[in-house]
Design a binder for this molecule. Structure first.
Ligand SMILES: Cc1cc2nc3c(=O)[nH]c(=O)nc-3n(C[C@H](O)[C@H](O)[C@H](O)COP(=O)(O)O)c2cc1C
Length: 468
């Protein structure tokens, strides 16, 4: 346990003294610890931890003074326990003022005391990032289970220096008025919170030399760590945080155009008895990027969309509308919308269309503008082909349908939906002897230009090429 940092309880740990008892109770959102007949020195130390904190030396002295050496040893054991519970914050002081505080986010916090050598060089982890949270500058990293609150400009100035390898001596010289002791504490705090890397004498940085970590991009690791449970304490799952604050979006988007094309509806009962078996379809499914002489027809497109993406039922609940469609969707929320950039389809003029899954109609948004052409060209390049897809299906998401209910995981769930829709499209296309190919990337800004959608309300999250 470090001598240097200011130790304090996290704000969500409260200390209570139940009336008519000698007890002290420490309570967090998940755990409580009861101290029976607390000695006065221990009581003072616990109250100090709950009320601003003190250094280990100061806390030890409080306990030793009133309760003796034996209780001081027991106090260390309590501190270890608080640390394991993720209750202990570590702060760096500069002239009596905290400049940075590491706050554990989980009970599995791996904050460790780290020895800092004055001559060694350190550099900020490429996974660490700063952002503003409720008026506070916060340093976080998907590699860390703690947040570091930068409570004074000196903390932010040190971070700026640490973008490049620096020794403690170099850091002291770079920031006016800072002491070597403060710099060492700050470096130790960041090392303990896995925000900083040591640079070896030959200039190697462990994080970069590690071939597993080297293959993680910053945004991928952050997205992974924050959209799954484990190393953060953010609310997770169907929390309905906007209930009674923001109206949920309706199940089906209003038609985008008055110029509509009624689509063909297949007879599903006949298909059930005449079509290839499931195993035949699954086993023959493959990506096809080249097409025959005769392009896909409006009837085939109608059948394909009906079998993949129509709305079967809408159900009104006291928490918004949910619905049923051929593919599965988390919470039955169905946030995905289909847009068709038609290049070459018998019976449907080239241009951009929105699929209305309830009316089973296409609404014409535009002619084949330069932007639609660019979308088709992007798809052609993605497939590595000379020719464009006959129809490019751009999958967009009305993201707030999910975000209204789900917290931390909404975008991750949406990408899963793109996956299940891709597979549904692949299988239906295979059953219909069409040429399907899922695409791995597309341009979401180009999509908003083409459709006039607000990037933050609805933009593209997947592309699927279709032909015959
Ligand atoms: C999410 C996803 C993204 C894909 N992206 C592309 C792509 O951008 N270009 C392409 O030509 N094929 C793409 N494909 C098709 C894969 O290359 C193909 O599924 C894989 O090579 C296996 O071949 P198969 O589908 O014929 O079984 C993608 C498939 C999926 C599921």
């Amino acid at each position: 346990m470090s001598q240097q940092f200011l130790l304090s309880f996290k704000p969500d740990v409260s200390l209570m003294e139940p009336e008519a008892t000698e007890q002290l109770v420490l309570q967090s959102s998940t755990r409580s610890l009861t101290f029976k007949q607390t000695q006065s020195g221990l009581k003072t130390a616990l109250k100090t931890l709950a009320d601003g904190g003190a250094t280990l030396a100061e806390l030890t002295q409080m306990v030793q003074q009133d309760d003796g050496n034996f209780l001081a040893l027991r106090f260390y054991a309590y501190l270890q326990k608080f640390s394991k519970l993720g209750w202990l914050c570590h702060s760096v002081l500069a002239q009596g003022k905290a400049i940075a505080m590491a706050v554990p986010m989980t009970s599995d916090d791996r904050f460790s005391d780290s020895e800092v050598a004055v001559e060694s060089k350190y550099v900020l982890s490429r996974f660490a990032y700063c952002h503003q949270v409720r008026g506070q500058l916060v340093l976080e990293s998907p590699r860390s289970q703690a947040q570091v609150l930068l409570t004074d400009w000196q903390g932010a100035a040190l971070l700026n220096q640490l973008a490049k390898p620096q020794s403690c001596n170099e850091l002291v010289m770079g920031i006016p008025g800072i002491s070597l002791e403060t710099v060492k504490q700050f470096v130790s705090l960041l090392l303990g919170a896995q925000m900083l890397c040591e640079v070896s004498e030959d200039g190697t940085i462990g994080e970069q030399a590690n071939v597993t970590l080297a293959q993680w991009e910053f945004h991928d690791l952050l997205f992974h760590a924050r959209s799954r449970q484990g190393r953060h304490a953010h609310p997770f799952g169907g929390t309905y945080r906007f209930l009674d604050k923001i109206e949920p979006l309706p199940a089906v988007k209003s038609p985008m155009s008055e110029e509509v094309i009624e689509l063909y509806k297949p007879d599903l009962e006949t298909l059930k008895t005449t079509e290839a078996s499931f195993t035949q379809v699954l086993e023959s499914r493959k990506s096809i990027r080249e097409y025959g002489e005769i392009p896909i027809t409006a009837q085939q497109l109608g059948e394909f969309l009906y079998r993949c993406a129509r709305v079967k039922r809408i159900l009104k609940t006291d928490r918004g509308e949910i619905l049923s469609r051929p593919y599965p969707s988390g919470g039955a929320l169905y946030e995905l919308e289909l847009y068709l950039a038609v290049n070459n389809c018998q019976g449907i003029a080239s241009g951009l269309y929105h699929y209305d899954p309830l009316a089973h109609q296409l609404g014409r948004i535009s002619d084949r503008t330069a932007t639609v052409e660019a979308l088709l060209n992007d798809a052609r390049r993605s497939m590595g082909q000379e020719g464009m897809p006959q129809v490019l299906i751009v999958i967009a998401a009305r993201f707030q349908r999910l975000a209204w209910k789900y917290e931390s995981m909404a975008y991750a769930v949406m990408l899963k939906h793109v996956g299940v829709l891709y597979q549904t499209m692949y299988l239906v296309a295979t059953a219909m002897k069409l040429a399907p190919c899922g695409l791995g990337g597309g341009n979401s800004d180009l999509f908003t230009q083409a459709t006039g959608c607000d990037y933050y309300a609805e933009t593209s999250v997947g592309e699927f090429a279709l032909g015959c």
